[in-house]
Write a protein that binds this ligand. Structure first.
Ligand code: 5RP
Length: 293
C-alpha cells in the first residue's frame, strides 16, 4: 500500500487542460444514470454549469447562529435568489414552504455540538426520509486527518452507497479540523479522497495559492465554501477567484446571511458565479441593491 507520497518527481496537474465532460455538462458526471443527472441539473444551472447554493445548516451544531435566529423571517425571503439550499431536514419541514420549488442538498450528518469534538459525527437521516422530501442531493462532512477521520469518511461512503440505489447524488464537504493546515496540499488530499470514494461533487475552501491544482486533481465539480464572515468586497473577490480558477459554484452561508444586506449579497454572488462579473462591479451592484432596499 502506498504511504506518504515521497516521489521526487514534480507533480503535473495540467491546470490549463480542463477535464473533458462527454455526455453531460458536469465534470465526471457523463456516465451517471438519468436520475442522478436530473438532480444534478437542478442544482447546477445547465446553461452556465455553475451553482449558487446558500448554506443554512449551521444550527445542527451551533444552535441559533447569528443571522439564522429566525429562518422563517430572514432566510425564506432569500431562497428564491439561490439555485439550491443546503439545510437540515428539521428546518426544511418546519419552515420552508413546499411550494418554493428549490432543490435541497440535505445535511444528513449530526451528533456533536460545538461544545464537543466536531468530527464525532454519525449519519442522522434515513434515505427513505430524504426521498420523502424529494432531496436533490445528500451531504455530510469529512474530517481528513481529524480524530474521527475513518468514521466521517465512512459516513460519506454510506451516504453515497444509499444515494446510488435511488439516483441521489452526494456532496462531500471537506471540513478542516483546528489542527490541520488549510492549504492546497491538504485540500487536494481531502477533495481527491472524497471523489475517489464516489462523491458526486465536493465543497471545499478557497486558498489563494494553487487553488486551480485542487480543481484539476478533483475529477468531479468542486464548489467553494464560504467560511467566516468577510467584508463584502473580499467575499466577492474570493468567489470570483474561485470561479475563475475552476470552481463550479459556491455554497456560502455566513458571508450571505450575516451581510448587511443578505438579499443584495446573494444576488451579487450570482452575478460573479453565473456572469463572471468582476468583484468591483459586483460590489457596486451589491451596494446599489442594498441602497434600494
Ligand atoms: C461545514 C459546513 C457548514 O455547516 C456550513 O454550510 C458552512 O457555511 P459557511 O462557512 O459559508 O458559513 O459546510 O463544513
Amino acid at each position: 500500500m502506498p504511504g506518504e507520497d515521497t516521489s521526487q518527481k514534480e507533480k503535473e496537474f495540467f491546470v490549463n487542460i480542463p477535464q473533458q465532460t462527454p455526455g453531460f455538462f458536469l465534470k465526471g458526471a457523463g456516465h451517471l444514470e438519468w436520475g442522478m443527472k436530473y438532480r444534478l441539473a437542478r442544482i447546477f444551472n445547465p446553461k452556465t454549469g455553475r451553482t449558487v447554493m446558500i448554506a443554512i445548516d449551521h444550527g445542527y451544531v451551533q444552535g441559533p447562529t447569528t443571522g439564522l435566529e429566525r429562518i422563517d423571517l430572514t432566510i425564506v425571503p432569500l431562497m428564491p435568489f439561490a439555485d439550491a439550499l443546503m439545510l437540515t431536514r428539521g428546518i426544511l419541514r418546519a419552515v420552508v414552504p413546499p411550494t418554493l420549488g428549490k432543490p435541497v442538498v440535505m445535511r444528513c450528518s449530526g451528533g456533536p455540538s460545538i461544545l464537543k469534538e466536531m468530527s464525532d459525527e454519525e449519519i442522522a437521516v434515513d434515505i427513505e426520509d430524504a426521498i420523502r422530501m424529494d432531496v436533490a442531493a445528500l451531504t455530510c462532512q469529512v474530517f481528513i486527518g481529524g480524530i474521527h477521520e475513518t468514521r466521517t469518511v465512512n459516513n460519506m461512503a454510506k451516504l453515497i452507497n444509499t444515494g446510488l440505489r435511488y439516483g441521489i447524488p452526494t456532496l462531500a464537504v471537506t471540513a478542516v479540523g483546528k489542527e490541520m493546515v488549510r492549504d492546497a496540499k491538504y485540500l487536494r488530499l481531502a477533495c481527491r479522497i472524497c471523489a475517489e470514494l464516489g462523491a458526486h461533487f465536493v465543497k471545499t475552501y478557497y486558498v489563494p495559492e494553487d487553488f486551480e491544482t485542487i480543481v484539476a486533481s478533483c475529477p468531479v465539480p468542486l464548489i467553494m465554501a464560504g467560511g467566516k464572515k468577510l467584508p463584502e468586497l473580499e467575499a466577492l473577490t474570493m468567489a470570483y477567484r474561485a470561479i475563475q480558477e475552476g470552481a463550479a459554484g459556491v455554497d456560502m452561508g455566513r458571508n450571505i446571511f450575516q451581510s448587511e444586506s443578505p438579499q443584495a449579497m446573494l444576488q451579487a454572488i450570482g452575478k460573479v458565479v453565473h456572469e463572471d462579473m468582476k468583484p468591483k462591479d459586483a460590489f457596486d451592484y451589491y451596494q446599489t441593491l442594498k441602497n434600494k432596499s
